[in-house]
Design a protein around this ligand. Structure first.
Ligand code: PEP
Length: 262
């Protein structure tokens, strides 16, 4: 059975003080919601402070990026050795890294290998741009990303894939549940070819792109969608709790009796 995941990508938002406040505002309720893996991905500078706040909780930490080398003269970069003291997950290949920081499939592939070697679970983001979607090239683009990003990686379930259509990120225009599920099914079929049917069935695949507490049900009620990578809505405690709580209910795992009631 695939345990659903809701991961919050805070992007370049929150000072350390604001990050701690956001965690304090939701951690007691979030901690008690069962049956969903809950992951917060704050900016690097807040990881240690939040790691200390969450150390006895069921809430996990993720980073938003990392460099693939373990250490060395790479001014300004963060290594997997630094992250693994605090994090279980690391987001890799986010479209904002691809678009604004020129990350190539080869770099993303090296980062995935390095994360896995260092016991970090990559959350690999893939997704097509608007013009590619409109030209009917979604599967072609996703296939290219998956094949290159996972090239020569040993088959593993210790990672998560997030299907994030670029046109849906931060735009308020989410894909439909059916659209997202169809592409996620395609990703599973690729994993079957690339690795095996067992891994394709066990590996968790999320949807990301303008998810809120008002539309999460549409995605999570699709059997192939195992959760969500949430950007903007993860910066509001009530929104994030609403998303996690609905996921626990819809995926059929009874949530905590102290669950969040908006
Ligand atoms: C993201 O940053 O991965 C994301 C999906 O953002 P948003 O939810 O704001 O669209």
């Amino acid at each position: 059975m695939r345990v659903p995941i809701i991961a919050g990508n805070w992007k370049m938002h929150t000072t350390m003080y604001e990050a701690e406040k956001l965690v304090r505002d939701m951690m007691d309720v979030l901690d008690k919601i069962e049956g969903v893996e809950k992951v917060l991905c704050p900016p690097f500078i807040s990881l240690a402070a939040i790691g200390n706040l969450l150390k006895d909780s069921s809430i996990k930490l993720g980073a938003q990026n990392m460099y693939f080398e373990a250490k060395g003269a790479y001014t300004g970069e963060i290594s997997p050795l630094m992250l693994r003291e605090w994090c279980q997950f690391v987001i890799l290949g986010h479209s904002e890294r691809r678009c604004y920081f020129a990350e190539t499939e080869q770099m993303i592939n090296k980062k995935i290998k390095s994360a896995l070697e260092n016991d970090l679970k990559p959350i690999l983001c893939v997704g097509e741009r608007l013009e590619e979607n409109e030209a009917g090239r979604t599967e072609e683009i996703i296939a290219k990303q998956i094949n290159q990003d996972l090239s020569s990686i040993k088959p593993t379930c210790n990672m998560v894939i997030a299907y994030e259509p670029v046109w849906a990120i931060g735009t308020g225009k989410a894909a439909s549940g059916e659209q997202a599920a169809a592409t996620i099914k395609f990703i599973r079929s690729m994993l079957t070819k690339l690795w095996s049917e067992d891994i394709a069935q066990d590996l968790r695949i999320l949807y990301g792109g303008s998810v809120t507490s008002s539309n999460i049900a549409e995605f999570i009620s699709q059997p192939d969608i195992d959760g969500a990578l949430v950007g903007g809505a993860s910066l509001k405690a009530e929104e994030f709790l609403g998303i996690v709580n609905q996921t626990a209910i819809i995926k059929g795992i009874s949530p905590s009796s102290e669950r969040y009631n908006p």
